[in-house]
Design a protein around this ligand. Structure first.
Ligand code: ZN
Length: 278
């Protein structure tokens, strides 16, 4: 388990330890989308986000753990950590329909059962990682009505969570972003970039995949509307999707499935050192 309330408790403890935190916006149900920040506030920044897919809430636990693990390290550039960009979905998945208030009946109808452990979308049945302005609606497997996964939304950036993340990203103007997902132990970095940008992004992704011992995946593979896709196509920056946890495990995942993923705790520091020199 790692719910929104657990994240709030981590905010309190991070606050006591002097870690800066804040809110980038609110979800459909009014939950805060929380960030932590480490390193210098001026100059280059990177953004690391997790928990955008509800059933992958273990990534929220991982990103929060990165903050605690690295809080005393010296970062050459700043890092914003957004552990749970889909807090309604993460709670729905773990706590059931009552966690999404006015949307409870709606999600029951879409889901067809009271077991939400495989749910990926937000409380409105929109898959946030298909809702960004990046070849919107052209993804393999996209669907056009509310569903537990893969629904693109009524229009691009239709969701409160998507808009919060886009507005924050444009304001911070990061030099790189990382999106944590599960599972597969893979690193994705491509979305129709070419030339020097493709070479740059491949070299960063190669370093990460080698460090983690994960498979480097080439090509866009029919992806569209994802946060990584948006960062690459709209901002022209390197953006990775890191899929943690091997395929010997299956959804629904548990806290214990993070065992063996500890190398990820160092990823923010490794990336900031790499990006500082670019
Ligand atoms: Zn995912």
């Amino acid at each position: 388990m790692y719910t929104y309330n657990d994240l709030r408790k981590n905010v309190c403890s991070a606050c006591r330890k002097g870690v800066e935190w804040g809110v980038i916006g609110r979800s459909s149900c009014g939950r805060n989308i929380i960030y932590f920040h480490l390193g210098p506030k001026k100059g280059k920044q990177i953004i690391i986000q997790g928990g955008i897919h509800a059933r992958e809430w273990v990534t929220a636990l991982l990103v929060t753990a990165q903050v605690d693990f690295l809080r005393k390290e010296k970062f050459p550039i700043g890092v914003y950590f957004l552990p749970m960009t889909n807090p309604d979905g993460c709670d729905l998945c773990q706590l059931g329909a009552e966690a999404v208030g006015e949307y409870a009946q709606f999600v029951r109808e879409i889901n067809g059962s009271d077991d939400f452990s495989l749910w990926k979308a937000n409380a409105r049945g929109v898959d946030l990682n298909c809702n960004f302005d990046a070849r919107f609606g052209k993804g393999k497997g996209n669907v056009t009505r509310p569903a537990p996964a893969s629904y693109i939304g009524a229009k691009k950036h239709s969701e409160a969570e998507t808009r919060a993340l886009v507005d924050f990203t444009l304001r911070i103007n990061p030099c790189m972003t990382v999106s944590y997902h599960a599972l597969g132990r893979e690193v994705y970095y491509e979305f129709f970039q070419t030339g020097d940008k493709l070479l740059r992004d491949r070299s960063i992704a190669t370093r990460v995949s080698e460090y983690l011992g994960y498979r480097l995946v080439h090509g866009d593979l029919g992806s569209a509307g994802g946060y990584k896709d948006y960062c690459i196509s709209a901002l022209g920056i390197p953006a990775l999707t890191i899929e943690i946890i091997g395929e010997d495990k299956t959804h629904p995942l548990s806290n214990a499935d993070l065992k063996g993923e500890e190398n990820n705790l160092w990823i923010p520091l490794i990336l900031t050192n790499l990006l500082a020199s670019l």
